[in-house]
Design a binder for this molecule. Structure first.
Ligand code: HEC
Ligand code: HEC
Length: 150
């Protein structure tokens, strides 16, 4: 009788332990609203370096430094540039899907036509010229560069 109780207890322990090990990992990132929740660390690093490089900025352009923790708080939404970047990301997906027929534009491995770099080219503010700004006529060279010897 006693022996069977011990066996039963051991069995229950085994079940509890195996549950503890099979329980799904907690999500790696805490505050993703646009990017896929199952994004890997390598993919996240790649996306974030694209953002930074495309805008010619550092991580701190969009993310906050936490004084108490003495480290970057990447999950925080305090920095308004982070919110702007989320809007841009949505726009980027939509442009690819609606205007360039990239149906799987949210897929991290999709072959995108438009990325942050397409417009930003390493600058915070993309170079924009109004439709009414004079441009060189078609087939003709643009205005000569400003002279340097005057
Ligand atoms: C142009 C703005 C921008 C720049 C620059 C940027 N990020 Fe981000 N980052 C974001 C946005 C937006 C999100 C949230 C994406 C979402 O909601 O799906 C994010 C999310 C993250 C997260 C996930 C945080 C969490 O737990 O939810 C990490 C980690 C991160 N960024 C790291 C970095 C690193 C490291 C750099 C520098 C190499 C960097 N970021 C540069 C905009 C930026
Ligand atoms: C279709 C062109 C286009 C694409 C694609 C694009 N952007 Fe932008 N972005 C703009 C324009 C235009 C502005 C506003 C310019 C200005 O403020 O001078 C802007 C502004 C921003 C700003 C705000 C700057 C500020 O002054 O607050 C951030 C941040 C930003 N973009 C991030 C991104 C990120 C990240 C991506 C890729 C996910 C992206 N953009 C893709 C055109 C684009």
């Amino acid at each position: 009788m006693k022996k069977s109780v011990v066996v039963l207890a051991a069995f229950i322990c085994m079940i509890i332990v195996s549950f503890a090990f099979t329980k799904a990992d907690p999500p790696r990132y805490k505050n993703l609203k646009i990017l896929p929740k199952d994004i890997t660390k390598e993919q996240m690093d790649s996306v974030m370096h694209h953002f930074a490089g495309a805008l010619g900025q550092k991580c701190s352009y969009c993310h906050m430094y936490n004084q108490e923790q003495k480290s970057m708080d990447f999950a925080s939404d305090e920095n308004k540039h982070k919110g702007a970047a989320r809007g841009m990301l949505k726009m980027m997906y939509k442009l690819n899907r609606k205007f360039f027929e990239v149906k799987n534009s949210k897929d991290l491995n999709a072959k995108l036509e438009i990325t942050c770099y397409t417009c930003h080219h390493g600058a915070e503010h993309p170079a924009t010229k109004g439709l009414m700004t004079p441009m060189p006529p078609q087939g003709q060279p643009g205005p000569p560069p400003p002279s340097t010897n005057q």
